[in-house]
Design a protein around this ligand. Structure first.
Ligand SMILES: *Cc1c(COP(=O)(O)O)cnc(C)c1O
Length: 273
């Protein structure tokens, strides 16, 4: 962004004092995601939106992890919400897409529509049709994703090999109360740590039989990944350490399978460690 004259300040989104301090300087736009990828941090949307608006800034929320079924940032004060519809909204590994939502009709018509017209990110009619059909089942799928993910998270918490489980729907999540205020359920994605270094994490992933290794999430199939060497590999060691993306961290997107099959797969893999 610097070549467009845009300066960026990074804050720990969970620390309201850091937000308040950042807003003592001029700010135009806030960009955040909650729950965050891959550590499932929760950012207090109402408070951050209030602080941002006090400083004259617009708030853009990446709501991919929660989906529109579990969390409605526009109702909590956000100005713009963005989705990769490739994730839960399609949710079945069929098509790529994205969506931008906002309350401000004039901004949509004058700024967003013009930007889209000149830069051309348009869905093909077929992808648009697939996504519209997907919306008809999104609510049902999210319900099943959340039931399954909570059971898998509870199972992982009970296993001695797993050193930490991060899932907003678990009472042990450091921001569980906040998560349950601004989301209706915990979502489909969880993360956990195992062993020391990457060895145990790699062995666990490689011995799975049902769960696929993939960077995608929010899919009908359960998908697992090692963020430090895939999605977040380009961060420096210091950035990874600061963000809690250790070599021991594994991210699991829980799908729509019979949850016992997912738990059995994790069990057989853990028993081979
Ligand atoms: C996948 C993802 C994106 C990027 O979506 P693309 O469709 O790959 O552009 C952005 N934010 C989150 C949280 C995601 O999971």
């Amino acid at each position: 962004m610097p070549r467009f004259g845009i300066q960026t300040t990074f804050v720990d989104g969970t620390d309201i004092a850091q937000w308040a301090e950042a807003f003592t300087r001029p700010a135009a736009t806030v960009f955040l995601e909650t729950p965050s990828n891959p550590t499932l941090d929760i950012i207090d949307l109402k408070t951050v939106c209030r602080l941002a608006h006090g400083a004259g800034a617009r708030v853009v929320v990446d709501n991919v992890f929660a989906s529109p079924v579990l969390q409605k940032p526009l109702d909590l004060g956000a100005d713009v919400v963005v989705y990769s519809t490739t994730k839960h909204i399609d949710g079945q590994g069929r098509c790529l897409g994205g969506a931008v939502l906002a309350n401000d009709r004039a901004w949509i018509d004058d700024k967003l529509a013009m930007f889209l017209r000149h830069t051309g990110p348009a869905l093909s009619p077929f992808n648009a049709w697939v996504l519209l059909k997907s919306l008809e089942t999104l609510d049902l799928r999210m319900e099943r994703h959340c039931v399954n993910a909570l059971q898998v998270a509870t199972f992982l918490e009970s296993r001695p090999e797993i050193t930490k489980v991060l899932y907003p729907g678990l009472a042990s999540h450091p921001q569980h109360a906040l998560a349950m205020r601004q989301m209706t359920k915990g979502g489909s994605v969880l993360a956990f740590t195992i062993g020391e270094g990457h060895e145990a994490a790699y062995r666990l992933l490689n011995a799975l039989r049902l769960i696929d290794i993939s960077n995608n999430l929010g899919d009908a199939k359960s998908l697992i990944t090692h963020p430090a060497t895939t999605t977040h590999q380009r961060l420096s060691a210091a950035e990874k350490a600061q963000q809690g993306i250790t070599d021991t961290l594994v991210r699991l997107s829980v799908g729509l399978e019979d949850v016992q099959d997912v738990i059995d797969d994790l069990t057989q893999s853990l028993e081979k460690l």
